[in-house]
Ligand binder design. Structure first.
Ligand SMILES: *Cc1c(COP(=O)(O)O)cnc(C)c1O
Length: 352
């Protein structure tokens, strides 16, 4: 606390990311990072770009990266916005597109950054409860609103909604922006990107942090109607002209160019997720169906205690001390050996 802080700073409750401990030999299943390294072609591209050219500012519009994303997703350059991680893309989205007199709607159990942005930008919001099975009921969003945002698959539950339900929502809700946060879509849900050609109020946000193993480089993007992208660009250019550094732009382009690696690693994670789910159910856990690279798990003994017991064995998972989900743990799908170590440790904790 300081008397030098702006008034607003006193009232902030910042987002708390999952910890990044520096302990050696940790099994880190708490932040949904990819267990596999980035594509070797991405590493090579970054190494080749790390030279004297770094004295220059990067391309402020990241045009080559945006074009690579546009080509990959079969949209036009003017439909693509990029930012320093999708968290920054989301921040600009809240400010540029979701701040209106009517409240922003999002699920009661969802990405906990959303209410933080609302507080930062003074956006009125309303949380819409998930069903008791933690599925998203988009019919419940049929109420006056200044915007709607939800992840698909949702976090931290991992549950996905069908594209037909998103399209039905878009048909009912044409007077405010609908944002689909697709941070985990590559692990088993259908992307809403094709719908941007039909609905000018749809914005789809994705990241290279999870399915493309690039959390450390901070690359996120949004796809939507050119007018939405222009609004985001106005905010971006009023905040930071160069959100993506040169190495990140180069790495992003190289990632979209290596389709084989992307497919191999995501398929492996999805297969390992099914194996992990079965093993956890066999231990007496309740596990939600997941279309993401994590599982939402209710262990047969107190979740907070399980988290601590795992931690003492060097296995880190995420526990949210929040209403409705205190009994649950969010466990990232790791490499096969890490998943086995988790199951083994959990077996001892549960059965003694
Ligand atoms: C991880 C995550 C993000 C942020 O990803 P970055 O691109 O690394 O900032 C956004 N939304 C959800 C739901 C996430 O889980």
């Amino acid at each position: 606390m300081s008397r030098f802080w702006s008034q607003q700073v006193h009232a902030l409750t910042p987002y708390v990311p999952g910890e990044q401990p520096q302990m050696a030999r940790l099994i880190k299943l708490n932040t949904n990072e990819n267990p596999y390294p980035p594509s070797p072609k991405v590493i090579a591209a970054v190494q080749a770009a790390a030279d004297a050219r770094l004295r220059r500012y990067p391309d402020p519009a990241a045009t080559a990266l945006r074009q690579a994303i546009a080509d990959y997703h079969q949209v036009a350059l003017e439909n693509v916005f990029v930012g320093n991680g999708s968290d920054e893309v989301l921040a600009h989205t809240f400010q540029a597109l979701l701040k209106h007199p009517a409240p922003l709607l999002f699920p009661d159990i969802t990405y906990s950054f959303y209410p933080v942005y609302c507080a930062l930008f003074a956006i009125d919001y309303r949380q819409v409860p998930l069903r008791s099975d933690f599925s998203l009921c988009l019919q419940d969003y049929e109420q006056p609103n200044g915007g709607i945002i939800f992840p698909n698959p949702n976090a931290p539950t991992g549950r996905a909604v069908a594209l037909s339900e998103i399209e039905a929502l878009l048909q009912r809700n044409q007077d405010s922006v609908v944002v689909v946060d697709e941070a985990y879509v590559d692990f088993g849900a259908d992307s809403a990107i094709p719908l941007i050609q039909v609905y000018d109020n749809l914005l789809v946000v994705q990241t290279l942090s999870k399915s493309r193993s690039l959390a450390g480089l901070r690359i996120g993007f949004a796809i939507g109607h050119a007018d939405l992208i222009e609004g985001l660009t106005r905010v971006k250019d009023s905040f930071n002209s160069y959100p993506l550094d040169h190495l990140a732009q180069v790495a992003g382009i190289a990632s979209f160019a290596d389709e084989d690696y992307f497919q191999q690693t995501r398929q492996r994670i999805m297969a390992d997720r099914e194996r992990l789910q079965e093993a956890l159910i066999a231990l007496g856990c309740e596990v939600l169906p997941s279309a993401a690279n994590f599982l939402f798990v209710r262990p047969p003994v107190a979740a907070a205690e399980v988290m601590q017991a795992l931690r003492s064995q060097g296995i880190i998972v995420r526990h949210f001390n929040a209403p409705r989900i205190q009994d649950w743990l969010r466990i990232s799908v790791g490499a096969a050996q890490e998943n086995e170590a988790l199951v083994q440790a959990l077996r001892e904790i549960v059965h003694g």
